[in-house]
Design a protein around this ligand. Structure first.
Ligand code: AMP
Length: 302
């Protein structure tokens, strides 16, 4: 029932065909935490600079995100700048400023070291590995990444994947890391690196849950109003891990429901810039959308 996340907290400057935002609050751990907080309490390990607004930290604390593992450092918070064309599935990174991340060595507080569920959100794979080493006997460790690390720290990333039970990444990243264009073959190559389960995020088209001998396919929701896909992957992961840790059940049925809850949370996130939509969600909205997903993909067995 205890969920730990390590990842980035950021200022994002994002441009989509529907508008732009400078210096919006973002970061993989931020999106993850807000999303997971609808299911369970979250323990956050991250770093921010002295420019990060206290009001946002207060908001996280109000949502039962435990900030005991948050380092506040002199200097500037991590900054990411990206844009999307009409294909909203692929972000183009224009600039990455690591800032306080440059010297960040995540410290898992003693009170967090027995966390049962651990999510290594998108961050330097060496930092992800150092967090796994600080957690005593987790039930599930899952991990995300992005092309920035696949291209810049491939060996370190493969080593980290060897330490986790599950990988949650985009379809394009699966292909790039495996050097294989067929998604199923590419996924199997990643499973050979160590994780037993792969969740492949397919942007607006849905997500796949792939294990050695099984595949589950969740649909995308076909939303009419998509403004900003930034953070959709992290929000997905928050819903997925948040649900799993709240249920304490890792059966196939539970994993499938977790994929749908991840998809539900991501579908809300893309309806606004930053995590504006996630701030004001209700449990009823989450459950109603879960049922929409179920209706969308249900058909008779013959
Ligand atoms: P996604 O869920 O893939 O859309 O993730 C978007 C978030 O990832 C943004 O809020 C960024 O701040 C964050 N991000 C972008 N590049 C990096 C990076 N190299 N390391 C860690 N976080 C990043």
């Amino acid at each position: 029932m205890s969920l730990l996340v390590v990842g980035s907290m950021a200022f994002d400057s994002v441009k989509t065909p529907f508008g732009e935002r400078e210096g919006a609050i973002g970061g993989s751990a931020t999106y993850f935490s807000v999303s997971a907080s609808y299911f369970t309490e979250v323990r956050l390990v991250a770093i921010v600079g002295s420019d990060f607004p206290q009001s946002e930290l207060d908001f996280l604390a109000e949502r039962s995100v435990d900030l005991a593992g948050l380092e506040r450092s002199e200097g500037e918070t991590f900054k990411w700048k990206g844009e999307y064309g009409f294909d909203l599935n692929t972000a183009r990174t224009l600039d990455t400023q690591l800032n306080v991340f440059q010297d960040f060595r995540p410290q898992v507080p003693d009170a967090f070291s027995e966390s049962e569920y651990v999510f290594l959100a998108n961050i330097d794979p060496e930092l992800q590995a150092s967090v796994v080493e600080q957690v005593k006997s987790p039930r599930l460790v899952a991990c995300d990444t992005m092309n920035f690390w696949i291209e810049g720290k491939r060996d370190e990333l493969v080593k980290t994947f060897g330490m986790v039970d599950m990988v949650v990444i985009n379809e394009g990243e699966v292909r790039e890391l495996a050097g294989e264009s067929n998604v199923l073959k590419a996924s199997r190559k990643i499973i050979e690196m160590g994780p037993s389960t792969l969740v492949v995020k397919q942007g607006e088209y849905g997500a796949l849950l792939i294990q050695k001998d099984s595949v589950f396919s969740a649909p995308g929701l076909l939303l009419e109003d998509i403004y900003d896909p930034t953070g959709a992957g992290d929000t997905f992961a928050g819903g997925f891990m948040g649900y799993l840790s709240s249920e304490e059940d890792m059966s196939d049925a539970s994993l499938r429901r977790a994929v749908i809850f991840g998809s539900v949370m991501a579908s809300f996130n893309v309806e606004s810039f930053s995590y504006d939509r996630l701030r004001v969600l209700t449990q009823t909205e989450i459950e109603t959308r879960y049922r929409q997903f179920s209706d969308l993909a249900s058909f008779d067995r013959i």
